[in-house]
Design a protein around this ligand. Structure first.
Ligand code: OFO
Length: 169
């Protein structure tokens, strides 16, 4: 059975994951309208992954005798200055999410809820990967600068970049 404190912390995380999914959906849609189809597909997939993160939390809360709250969503930004601005925002967002996950982990320890602490380790590991991917993308974009040919290749190759970071190559 979840303590009310843990239930509240997990429901807050449900909201964060849902808003992440929504933000990346807005970014994907923006990229699609700019003809950046590779980037759009990458971000649509990322948005789906965040929804999966949310769903995992919802089901865990309910399984452990709590009540998951399905939250209202914030309206995300609809337009972005550049590809660089999109991924800078994505990196900052992931850093914020990591901080929030760490807070949940700390609450688990304070409440001596080792089962939820164990469950949260999946998110801790996932954040390392997501931050690494966002940083790799930013490094590439810094190298490319305003070079149109470079941006074309970036958009074409972004899918393989994400697979490489996932496999750690
Ligand atoms: Fe990208 O964050 Fe979920 O957990």
């Amino acid at each position: 059975m979840l303590s009310p404190t843990i239930e509240k912390a997990l429901n807050n995380q449900v909201k964060i994951e849902a808003n992440s999914s929504h933000l990346y959906l807005a970014m994907a849609s923006w990229a699609e309208t700019k003809g950046l189809n590779g980037t759009a597909q990458f971000l649509y997939k990322h948005s789906d992954e965040e929804r999966m993160h949310m769903l995992k939390l919802v089901q865990y809360i309910n399984e452990r005798g709590g009540i998951a709250e399905i939250p209202a969503l914030e309206k995300p930004e609809a337009s972005f200055e550049s590809l660089n601005a999109v991924f800078q925002k994505l990196l900052e967002h992931e850093i914020m999410v990591t901080g929030e996950i760490n807070k949940v982990v700390e609450i688990c320890l304070n409440e001596k809820d080792y089962t939820t602490h164990n469950f949260m380790q999946w998110y801790v590991a996932e954040q390392i990967e997501e931050e690494a991917l966002a940083r790799t993308i930013m490094d590439k974009l810094h190298l490319i600068g305003n070079d149109k040919g470079g941006l074309y290749l970036f958009d074409r190759d972004i899918q393989s970049l994400s697979m490489a970071v996932e496999k750690n190559v």
